[in-house]
Design a protein around this ligand. Structure first.
Ligand SMILES: [Zn+2]
Length: 261
């Protein structure tokens, strides 16, 4: 939306109108750009080293809402890094319903002083994942308990470790922890690495569940019968996958450095 303004007041009115109504747009905006529309004046104003002097951005403050923290769950990544996630009472924020927010690591939880059941402030800045930015302490009731970071991996039970100077906790069981194994296989077959056609995260999940693979080396030993009998796999996609795996074998010797990455 473009509007010609003839005074500062009119500009401020335009800014505050869209600050209130920006959720009605079909796309997300984080501000307004104000430009001088007279070419003569643009030339007179000229440029700084980086940008024109006749255009400036007005950034809206990130939207902030309050909601209840129901639970904190812990995700285990491909590298074993543990990421705490705030599970929230669903709330409308910047036009979308938010149920989860990032908590980054144990330090962040401690810094916030988070209790399960707290009323929290959630903000959505430029990032896709909203984050918990504060607590409404006056809403805290005496029976609430502080969030306790786990000592063991939520997926495999191994004792978590935290390296000196690092904010993240890790599960050290890299060869036996299911999300780490699956994550590594997914990374191995991804476009950035081996780029195997016909093999997506769902198929990996399926192969893993059926005990057909427990690490990426097992991909080399799969045969057509095993692949074609997978649930929900049509003949065509089974042959695609099998072809992809066959191609994989020709790379066998060159991938060892990648395997141990
Ligand atoms: Zn684990």
């Amino acid at each position: 939306m473009i509007h010609t303004c003839t005074s500062i007041d009119e500009i401020m009115e335009f800014i505050s109108y869209w600050e209130k109504n920006r959720n009605e747009l079909a796309f997300e905006i984080d501000g307004i750009v104000i430009k001088v529309d007279n070419y003569q004046q643009q030339q007179e104003l000229g440029f700084t080293a980086k940008s024109p002097r006749w255009a400036i951005a007005y950034k809206y403050k990130a939207e902030k809402v309050e909601t209840k923290l129901n639970e904190v769950t812990y995700q285990v990544g491909r590298t074993g890094a543990i990421t705490p996630v705030a599970n929230l009472e669903p709330v409308l924020l910047a036009g979308t319903t938010v149920k989860r927010a990032s908590l980054h690591n144990a330090d962040q939880i401690e810094k916030l002083g988070l209790y399960i059941g707290d009323t929290v402030f959630v903000e959505k800045g430029g990032e896709i994942i909203p984050k918990v930015v504060g607590i409404k302490l006056e809403n805290r009731t005496p029976e609430l308990q502080p969030v306790k970071f786990p000592e063991n991996c939520p997926e495999c039970g191994s004792a978590l470790i935290r390296k000196e100077g690092e904010a993240q906790h890790y599960c050290p069981n890299d060869n036996g922890c299911p999300p780490q194994i699956k994550g590594k296989i997914e990374h191995f077959i991804s476009r950035k690495a081996m780029n195997i056609d016909g093999l997506g995260p769902e198929t990996i999940e399926l192969l893993f569940k059926k005990n057909l693979i427990s690490n990426y080396a097992d991909l080399y030993d799969l045969n057509f019968d095993q692949v074609v009998h997978l649930d929900r796999m049509a003949d065509k996609s089974a042959s695609n996958l099998y072809l992809g795996l066959k191609n994989l074998k020709t790379f066998r010797l060159t991938v060892f450095s990648l395997l141990w990455e």
